[in-house]
Write a protein that binds this ligand. Sequence first.
Ligand SMILES: CC(C)[C@H](C(=O)O)[C@@H](O)C(=O)O
Ligand code: SF4
Length: 776
Amino acid sequence: MPSAVSQPLTLYDKVVRDHVVDEKEDGTLLIYIEDRHLVHEVTSPQAFEGLRNANRPVRRPDCTLATTDHNVPTTPRTNFKDVGTFVKEADSRTQCVTLEDNVRAFNLTFFGLNDKRQGIVHIIGPEQGFTLPGTTVVCGDSHTSTHGAFGALAFGIGTSEVEHVLATQTLITKRSQNMKVQVDGELAPGVSSKDVILHVIGIIGTAGGTGCVIEFCGSSIKSLSMEARMSICNMSIEAGARAGMIAPDQITFEYLKGRPLAPKTDSPEWKRAISYWSTLKSDAGAKFDKEVYIDARDIAPTVSWGTSPQDVVPITALVPGPDDFSDPHKKEACERALEYMGLTAGTPMEDVVLDKVFIGSCTNARIEDLRAAAKIVDGKKIASNIKHAMIVPGSGLVKQQAEQEGLDKIFTDAGFDWREAGCSMCLGMNPDILSPKERCASTSNRNFEGRQGAGGRTHLMSPAMAAACALVGKLADVRKVASSAHLTAAKVTPQIDLSEPSEEDILTDEDLDHIMDIPEDGTASAADTGSAAPSSAGMATFTQLKGIVAPLDRSNVDTDAIIPKQFLKTIKRSGLGTALFHQWRYISETGEENPDFILNKAPYRDAKTLVVSGPNFGCGSSREHAPWALLDFGIRCIIAPSFGDIFRNNCFKNSMLPITLDSEAIERVTAEAKAGREVEVDLPAQVVRAADGTELGQFEVDEFKKHCLINGLDDIGLTMQMEQKIRDFERRRTNRYPWLDGSGYLKRDRTGPVKVEAAAVPKTNRGDVKTEPLEW
Ligand SMILES: CC(C)[C@H](C(=O)O)[C@@H](O)C(=O)O
Ligand code: SF4
């Protein structure tokens, strides 16, 4: 709760301050996760299983909203009966059915496939007003950063942390550093917020925000609509940051008006909320650990050329080559990327011929994105060489709105395929994938190797640019394809019909009826369905680890590379060792082991530690399957120059030790590794030693995490001992922020699922954003 403070605070500092349940001397925080825990089918099964095994209930079912998005088919749902018959792939079906079983067993609010409000988890949260300024929002998904556009502290977590939140409604964390990215000036025609964030990542790199929460500010950011701001915060994770935030303002408040889970605008809570939300901005003189200033005039329509989101250039540029980089890691990465992407340095980007176009994902599948793309293709046809151009709306409500505006017709007339909502070809956990070597213009956020399909080649860009590419058949400059009238950035709050779907729309299934309106006393038993699989309760201890070290000469190794999407469809934590580094470890054509890959060679098949030469190991997705795969292979320690934040956290939750060493120490460990000699990692002494006892390097480790590793402590159990503090926090929070207990909810203080009430969208939400001060 706020306390008297003298020094100026950043937006991030303020939101953290208002959520501290407990703070230890070493800076370890127990923070409260507000009413906002989003759940999807991929990263939750093992968390629910952990709860069952430990006989723990979900602490706040009313604080949790679940949907299916990653695995779902995007084909028509006209004949939809239930997920059991609709989802054809067995493992995808299992995940979808398991989520439905879990929401039923634990009394959670759920938007399933027969509910128009189903969609990508980061689209539906804001759409429903579930995401509110000043809240803490988490989800087992890295793009939870999207919600920071509202001035919420929103970040992705791994499955063990999902379990922690479900059990305790809190998280154990440390303060991040503050980073400011200020963009000033007017964006040129044809330049959208996607170009802004691609440009920023091109400048600061995919590790530029590591350890930080980025606040995006400046006149360019202020001028953007909420949807455009969401695209920016969404990709903070691609900049390596824990979260991205934008101070809430009148554009934010206007967007929230009338959303089902936001406070009602005629209620006293709305006024109180507005007065609190208005304080959520960085104070003058607040200290940032890093600052980056960008002139909007330097931003052109931007496209990626390589296999990392930092590999971007203006569309008018040439494909870069290794000689354009001085850093040896970057040179090596450029060579690999050009080979994978099938590109030659010096080729004009606009000469690169495409096969497919994908307009969708949590970055760019909102109504404004579809409007921007439709403006470009209106009355035109896609190029004959484009084999497939898909539009995948981010939610059922976005799809419905687009159809009301006739956008579907514009797209289908032009030759696009108009689909149902889901993650789709953003990562291809459903049947929407690229074939090997197919090249795709994509509005998604990750161009990692194999991301959209094994061997597939992804070019990231804005919706307007992707639409232009579809028309030209090559990477194209939208400014040359469309008239300037069609290039102005959309700045209106979108019109989405938020009224409750009709009975037929959502409640054809009796079970879903049950899920959506369970009586208050119908609390779920944590042990409804038994399971023999291991739980996260009680970990193996980690003290000293002696063994072979495998050297991996790569940088920016993303979690898609550590374990590709096809192996995320499990509902278990075990058995993933064979999937580790799948694309590098096996020859795709034959499925045989690649004899050149380090883990396929003796003695490295028995490695217990991995030493990585380049920075940012484990960047990207929050999938805890990455540490699970390493662990199952036999690796318990990873040594690297730096790590992706979520991956690092996930390691600790699995009794694994990620160690950061400087480049000289890494070279010393690598020399031992290459010589095939054993190395000892001594956690109590915080030292890495050669087999003969020579010290190779000393490392830092967080005291609390070290304590948990050495003693094999289950931090959920530890947090549950803080029950009284959590309750006290909740009481104070209810007094101060009553709207979080549910102006938009059917009943206050309920412990069962939330029934989202019908809410008419007020007139002010249907037009342009007002520029004069609004009256509250
Ligand atoms: C499945 C999930 C863990 C993952 C993420 O965290 O980002 C996914 O959404 C992705 O985009 O790769
Ligand atoms: S990044 Fe792609 S796969 Fe991940 S949540 Fe967003 S749309 Fe889904």
